[in-house]
Design a protein around this ligand. Structure first.
Ligand code: URA
Length: 243
C-alpha cells in the first residue's frame, strides 16, 4: 500500500505537492469515490485511480534538460496562451512537467520530467542543489554590495544563505555589469530580489548551471534527454547532501 499522492506523482501526472492539491480540490477518485484525505493509502495495480476522470497508469520515467528561452512560462499550460516549457518537447508522449520554475523573463537551464518523486527530491529545500545565474544588472555594484550578496542579505522573507558572487565585467559607459551568482535556495524571484536589495536591479537573467549540468551545446529552445548517469548522479547528490 502506498500513499495516494505518491502513486499519482509516480504515474507522472504531476508533483506530489500538486497531487495533494488535486485531492483537496476533489479531482481524485479511488474506485469511483472522491478522496480528499491526504493520508489515504492505495494498492496501485488493484485500486482504480482517476485524476480529473482520467485513469492513471504508470509511465516510463523520462528526464529532459531544456534551455528555456525568455518569454516562456515554466508550466505545462497557460490560460493566456503564452508559450510554456513543455511546448519545446512536444514529440515526447509522456506528460512532462518542470522541476521548479524560472521566471517568464529568465532564460536558461530547467529540467523537465514525468517523475514526480525525482522532482520532489530535487526541489526539497534540505537538498542544497547549487544553481548558477548570470545577471546583467543596472550600474556597477561595489565590493561591499557584492559582499552583502555573498554573506547573505535580508529580504522580506528572511536572510539569504551564503552565495558565491563574481563580477564578470562592467560597461562604464552604459552603466551595466555582468555578475555571476551561485545560490542553493529557490525562493520566488530570489536573484532579482537580491539585486534589488543592493540597488542594482536585474536587466537580464539566465540560469547557466544546475548542479553539475550546464547549457553547453544548446541554443535557446533546445532540449536534450538527460543521460542515465546524470539522473543517477542527481539522485545521489540529493541523497548524500542533507543539511
Ligand atoms: N531567481 C529569479 O529572480 N528568477 C528566476 O527565474 C530564478 C531565480
Amino acid at each position: 500500500m502506498e500513499r495516494l499522492q505518491k502513486v499519482i506523482a509516480q504515474a507522472g501526472i504531476t508533483s506530489r505537492r500538486k497531487a495533494e492539491e488535486l485531492m483537496i480540490e476533489g479531482k481524485v477518485t479511488v474506485n469511483g469515490k472522491v478522496v480528499r484525505e491526504l493520508g489515504v493509502k492505495v494498492t496501485p495495480n488493484k485500486d482504480k485511480i482517476e485524476v480529473n476522470g482520467v485513469p492513471i497508469d504508470r509511465e516510463e520515467p523520462v528526464y529532459y534538460l531544456l534551455y528555456k528561452p525568455s518569454g516562456v512560462i515554466s508550466s505545462v499550460s497557460d490560460d493566456k496562451g503564452r508559450k510554456v516549457v513543455t511546448d519545446f518537447v512536444q514529440e515526447i508522449e509522456q506528460r512532462l512537467f518542470p522541476v521548479g520554475r524560472l521566471d517568464y523573463d529568465t532564460s536558461g537551464l530547467i529540467l523537465l520530467t514525468n517523475d514526480g518523486e525525482f522532482a520532489n527530491i530535487l526541489m526539497h529545500p534540505k537538498y542544497k542543489i547549487e544553481k548558477t545565474y548570470v545577471a546583467k544588472v543596472k550600474g556597477i555594484p561595489s565590493r561591499d554590495e557584492l559582499k552583502k550578496l555573498q554573506y547573505g542579505i535580508m529580504l522580506e522573507d528572511g536572510k539569504t544563505a551564503p552565495a558565491k558572487v563574481k563580477l564578470m565585467s562592467m560597461d562604464k559607459k552604459k552603466q551595466t555589469s555582468i555578475v555571476r551568482l551561485t545560490i542553493h535556495e529557490g525562493r520566488n524571484r530570489q536573484v532579482r530580489r537580491m539585486f534589488d536589495a543592493i540597488g542594482h536591479s536585474v536587466i537580464k537573467l539566465k540560469r547557466e548551471e544546475y548542479s553539475f549540468l550546464n547549457l553547453r551545446g544548446l541554443n535557446p529552445g533546445d532540449a536534450r534527454q538527460l543521460k542515465p548517469i546524470e539522473v543517477k548522479h542527481l539522485r545521489e547528490l540529493a541523497v548524500t547532501k542533507p543539511s
